[in-house]
Design a protein around this ligand. Structure first.
Ligand SMILES: [Zn+2]
Length: 292
């Protein structure tokens, strides 16, 4: 066989679709030391390898061949139309008895075109996968950012709610402080918090009371500060609960003292979270109303 004839079936050789005679002829030609065919064959083999890669996971040579055959079915008519009659007759005569019937008659150019198409499809497929992968990574990053922003929004909302609570309490304190029947009790520090102090404001007309405490230690976990009214008739009566954060300053609402009872003292103790009905913990602040 001539170099040109060998060159024609290199694409088939890459797909292991040669007859034994063709294999012998190819091997003989390569032994003679052709300068072109080994490189072409290597290129076709590489292309077939790429197709196998694109068709993963179960790519077999038969699958590649079936895939190429279906592509050839679409490609051959144009390729054959572009071939001169004598070339066609020559090609047909040479390969009509081949194992693969009419596809054997297709020119090597058509086979090569089919390989190129298949490789191109494979390249496109892997590009699509790569791009999809990149978008997915980007999506994961953006989703993470959105989650982070949601967290920030939630903590901002919590801060706003806290500030609203502080403002409401301050507004209530102002209302109590401005009431005509205002009574103030100064609470003085006891040994657990020697720097602390507090002011308790009571308005029976407004049925309200407030405590503003300064420099109390932050409330320990599982604990709460509890404000008490101590009356001659009832002893200690629960007035309200509050906690102190890092800032050491707090304004908190409280129930007014029992109506009609003689208030002797007001005090703040540290109690289990949720509060208790009679004092059990250390006393932090204590003060008596100024009567008469
Ligand atoms: Zn050659």
């Amino acid at each position: 066989m001539t170099h040109a004839e060998i060159k024609d079936f290199l694409a088939f050789a890459a797909l292991d679709r040669l007859t034994p005679d063709e294999i012998h002829a190819l091997e003989a030609h390569l032994r003679e030391g052709c300068a072109e065919c080994p490189a072409d064959l290597a290129e076709y083999r590489e292309a077939v390898g790429s197709i196998a890669f694109a068709l993963e996971p179960a790519a077999t040579e038969d699958r590649i061949w079936n895939s190429l055959q279906s592509r050839l079915a679409a490609t051959v008519p144009q390729a054959v139309r572009g071939t001169s009659g004598s070339q066609m007759r020559e090609a047909g005569g040479r390969r009509a008895s081949g194992r693969i019937g009419m596809w054997r008659a297709a020119t090597a150019a058509a086979a090569a075109a089919a390989i190129v198409l298949a490789v191109y499809a494979g390249v496109l497929t892997s590009q699509v996968h790569r791009i999809a992968g990149a978008y997915q990574q980007e999506f994961v990053v953006i989703a993470g950012q959105v989650t982070g922003m949601r967290g920030q929004l939630d903590s901002a909302r919590a801060q706003v709610a806290t500030l609203e609570g502080v403002l409401n309490d301050r507004h209530r304190l102002d209302r109590v402080l401005l009431s005509p029947d205002l009574r103030l009790i100064r609470l003085d520090p006891l040994p657990p918090a020697p720097q602390a102090s507090a002011l308790v404001a009571i308005s029976e007309a407004r049925h309200a009371a407030m405590i503003q405490a300064l420099k109390l230690p932050p409330t320990p976990a599982g604990k709460t500060y509890e404000l008490w009214w101590i009356t001659r008739q009832s002893g200690p009566v629960k007035a309200g609960l509050f906690t102190v954060a890092k800032e050491n300053t707090v304004i908190a609402p409280a129930s007014p003292p029992p109506a009609g009872e003689h208030l002797q003292l007001s005090a703040v103790t540290l109690e289990p979270a949720g509060g208790v009905s009679k004092p059990t913990g250390s006393m932090y602040l204590k003060g008596a109303p100024a009567y008469e």
